[in-house]
Design a protein. Structure first.
Ligand code: NAP
Length: 509
């Protein structure tokens, strides 16, 4: 078996009843090359029903290769199983079930304890080892010990506590090149890069869940996203890598927008979520050409909370707008140099300018945080007359001073404004959905209300604005606008708005 010839996506089945388990196998067969049957998720009775049906199921041409796993709780499984329990389980497995399975997963301790008279042929055995605490530095020695057993394939899954742990997993895959095939991955969201890039590195397979909520381990991406969003089977060592750094980043919609553009332009590139705690460490180990240990060409990054300011000292150049507002949301890596930009202002102002000429217009900005800062800068540049409304005047005073705007308490909103821009999270999903910072009555004199919130699409504030007869603008256009500008900076691509909009819409539906 050669490591690099295989590009398998494996879906673990984690249902807890035999009926759901069997139907999930067929559903997974439509998306995956290998289906892992997590028999430890089933009761004795359900397991026996599933096993009795396996020979017929495996004979169905619609069913993909099966991998049997019976994991003890202390190694990530769902049942308390001693070594003896597992030995007995595998010894008593009917020969027709073994014949129906392409692979079986034996934990390393089971492999070490196994005698020569196994009913399971070694060419089917994946020898696995998990570390749920950390990704230690001794993975290569661990691989060598496991590769010395008669098992056909080695699997090592470890917990990524920080993004740099992914580098140890990639090093392990490199170490196994031209040796026994390896399945290597780093668990948790910090390890997601290994799940997306491991096939291109040479891992025998990568795991993807059947759907959200059906993951068998932390950080598992859905098989559908591996195939359709990240296009993992098409990536290779020349693929250009882009991504978003932040903490947390799991909620980010940027991968949806940027990967849709790569796919539509047929670009050999991928955009990944990088959960980064220390921006300096990430830039040193993943980005800066002189020091990086990450093998791929990393061409560009989006930067989100809490790193927009923190990245600045690590850049070779920062453009004047980003300098003025003290926040970089985009890094371009070109000719070995790192340049920082801020596309939030263009992203926020462009859709607004398409609806209203801002010079001399009276604008109320609600909130005085990061996005209010970008908005105030954009409004100042365009000659608007801005007033900031904040709940905490002391906290908001430096922003008002910097942009020489008026400052009022939010609960004193007078309503005498042409444009109102909401830069608070009031009304946001999972925060205060359904609430509005302003009533419809207070918006009767307003012409246009712009809410930066993009989930939900139509906030309570925008509904109030419609009731008051105002024109409305939602935050989705800003979200897409700043990403469009990033794509222009990274690759010079100009017409990407519609591709991104459609990708976001199809994801919502
Ligand atoms: P931020 O830096 O945390 O600022 C939030 C501001 O809102 C602060 O001034 C905060 O006041 C104020 N605030 C929070 N809760 C409030 C409440 N219950 N009543 C009154 N004021 C309140 O956040 P941000 O990054 O500016 O983001 C603000 C909103 O814009 C978020 O909902 C985000 O989703 C949205 N946004 C959208 C886009 C886009 O692309 N469409 C981009 C960026 C942001 P204190 O300082 O007193 O806490």
């Amino acid at each position: 078996m050669n490591n690099t010839d295989n590009r398998f996506i494996c879906i673990p089945i984690t249902e807890s009843t035999s009926e759901a388990f069997l139907s999930a196998i067929l559903e997974a067969s439509q998306q995956a090359d290998i289906i892992e049957l997590r028999l430890d998720y089933l009761s004795v009775a359900d397991r026996s029903t599933v096993l009795s049906k396996l020979p017929a199921l495996a004979a169905d041409p619609a069913c993909k290769d099966l991998l049997l796993t019976f994991r003890p709780r202390q190694q990530g499984g769902h049942q308390d199983l001693s070594l003896e329990d597992r030995q007995t389980f595998w010894r008593l497995l009917p020969p027709e079930v073994i014949a129906a399975s392409r692979f079986v997963d034996f934990e390393f301790d089971l492999v070490e304890s196994w005698d020569a008279h196994s009913p399971v042929p070694w060419e089917k055995v994946i020898c696995s080892w998990h570390n749920f605490e950390e990704t230690a530095n001794d993975l290569l020695a661990q691989y060598d010990r496991m590769a010395a057993t008669p098992a056909a394939i080695v699997k090592i899954a470890t917990m990524a506590n920080r993004i740099t742990d992914c580098l140890k997993t990639f090093e392990l895959i490199e170490h196994a090149k031209d040796k026994k095939p390896v399945i290597a991955l780093a668990m948790s969201f910090a390890g997601v890069a290994t799940r997306i890039l491991s096939l291109a590195s040479g891992s025998f397979l990568t795991f993807g869940s059947l759907r959200k909520g059906a993951e068998s381990a932390a950080g598992q991406v859905t098989a559908s996203d591996l195939t359709n969003l990240y296009r993992v089977t098409q990536l290779n060592r020349e693929s250009e890598i882009f991504g978003i750094i932040g903490f947390p980043v799991a909620h980010s919609r940027s991968p949806i927008m940027h990967n849709a553009v790569f796919s539509s332009y047929g670009r050999n590139a991928a955009y990944l979520p990088f959960e980064v705690q220390d921006a300096g460490e990430f830039i040193r180990d993943f980005v800066r050409p002189e020091t990086k240990k990450f093998a791929w060409p990393l061409r560009g990054l989006s930067v989100t909370i809490p790193h927009k300011l923190a990245v600045i000292p690590y850049l070779d150049y920062v453009d004047s707008t980003a300098k003025t507002i003290g926040a970089v949301n985009t890094i371009v890596v070109e000719n070995g140099k790192l340049s920082g930009f801020n596309t939030d202002i263009v992203g926020a102002m462009k859709p607004l300018e398409e609806l209203v000429e801002l010079s001399g217009v009276r604008v109320a900005v609600l909130g005085a945080g990061g996005s209010a800062r970008a908005i105030c800068h954009g409004l100042n540049q365009r000659g608007a007359e801005t007033t900031i409304f904040a709940r905490d005047l002391i906290k908001a005073a430096p922003l008002a001073e910097e942009f020489t705007t008026k400052l009022e308490r939010l609960d004193n909103f007078s309503g005498d404004f042409d444009v109102v821009i909401n830069c608070t999270p009031i009304g946001m999903r999972h925060h205060s959905e359904g609430q509005s910072p302003l009533t419809a009555k207070s918006l009767l004199k307003t012409k246009l209300v712009y809410d930066l919130i993009y989930t939900p699409n139509e906030t309570a504030l925008l509904l109030n604005a419609k009731t008051a007869g105002c024109q409305t603008l939602g935050g989705m256009s800003m979200l897409i606008g700043q990403a469009v500008e990033q794509m222009r900076l990274w690759l010079g691509l100009e017409t990407t708005f519609e591709v991104m909009r459609k990708a976001l819409e199809s994801r919502e539906s």
